[in-house]
Design a protein around this ligand. Structure first.
Ligand code: GUN
Length: 289
């Protein structure tokens, strides 16, 4: 059997960002409005710093305003909440993202709930979570949204397909399941207590791996021809002291069985930022209609 088709998230996200850039240009020309995204980083986590820098760069490339707020790790919760309040009120800011995780002395849920749902480009506020679950217009979390765009680009209509989502986080697993339900898939959510995970995965036409365990999902768990979306980004240490990025899927064995599969890196990763920009544009348009 031939190897699976590689789903190229770098190419797809590049095209998506170009489309967004032309809509931003139109908005600036016709309506004199520049969409603005505020990103807040508390502390100095190196991975978070890389993400925030890349987000800022992509935001500006798309023609939007980027507002970065870097706060020290010992910032009191109250100060962060005050900053969010001022961003909520700032008419130049259409989207607000607080990079997670925040330091332990800050209550994540309080932070999420402090953001105006209309500016909640992460889609984490309970109002947006509820709107998505109720089938209403909502700001949708970026990683599941990016995964869905890749799926639809590869498979067209998803109605009736069996989908297994492995992982039940608020950021990926649960919203992913909601999006697949909305597309009329038959959805199973598997997690750490699922019995006989290999046989659950083997039923699926669509496998979404979002567990955060390096190379856990093996090729012989996958139904021949299935579409595999690997959301995992795990840094593993190699014997020579170097590190390597791997997904939650054992790519070498899965690529022999799947019909199509996302690589890591270069699959879902770049889609997340593109969808963040898309959400910022959508939030801006809704705030000005
Ligand atoms: N940290 C890792 N992924 C995300 C994300 O999608 N949004 C935010 N705010 N923080 C993250």
């Amino acid at each position: 059997m031939t190897d699976a088709k590689l789903i190229d998230g770098t190419v797809f996200s590049g095209k998506l960002r170009e489309t967004i850039a032309s809509r931003v240009a139109e908005m600036k020309g016709k309506h004199r409005i520049t969409p603005g995204l505020a990103v807040v980083l508390v502390g100095e986590d190196p991975a978070s710093q890389v993400y925030v820098r890349t987000k800022g760069k992509r935001t500006v490339e798309t023609g939007m305003n980027s507002f970065e707020h870097k706060l020290p790790a010992d910032t009191p919760e109250d100060s962060l909440l005050l900053l969010i309040d001022s961003l909520n009120k700032d008419p130049a800011v259409h989207g607000i993202l607080v990079q997670l995780p925040v330091p332990k002395h800050i209550d994540t849920q309080k932070v999420i709930e402090a953001i105006d749902p209309a500016k909640d480009v992460d889609g984490f506020h309970p109002v947006n979570v509820g709107r998505l679950a109720a089938g209403m217009d909502a700001l949708v979390p970026c990683t599941p949204l990016g995964s869905l765009l890749l799926l639809k680009d590869n498979l067209g209509k998803l109605g009736g397909l069996d989908a297994v989502v492995i992982g039940r986080s608020n950021i990926v697993g649960k919203p992913m399941a909601q999006l697949l339900i909305r597309e009329s898939c038959t959805v199973t959510i598997a997690h750490s207590q699922t019995r006989d995970l290999p046989s659950v995965v083997r039923r699926a036409d669509i496998v979404i791996a979002a567990v955060g365990r390096p190379e856990m999902i093996k090729g012989d768990w996958i139904k021949p021809g299935a579409t595999v979306i690997d959301v995992g980004i795990n840094r593993i240490d190699l014997p020579d002291g170097k590190t390597r990025l791997v997904g939650d899927v054992d790519f070498a064995s899965a690529v022999k069985v799947a019909g199509a599969i996302t690589p890591v890196p270069g699959g879902v990763g770049p889609m997340t930022i593109a969808c963040l920009l898309r959400n910022t544009l959508v939030a801006c348009a809704r705030q000005h209609n």
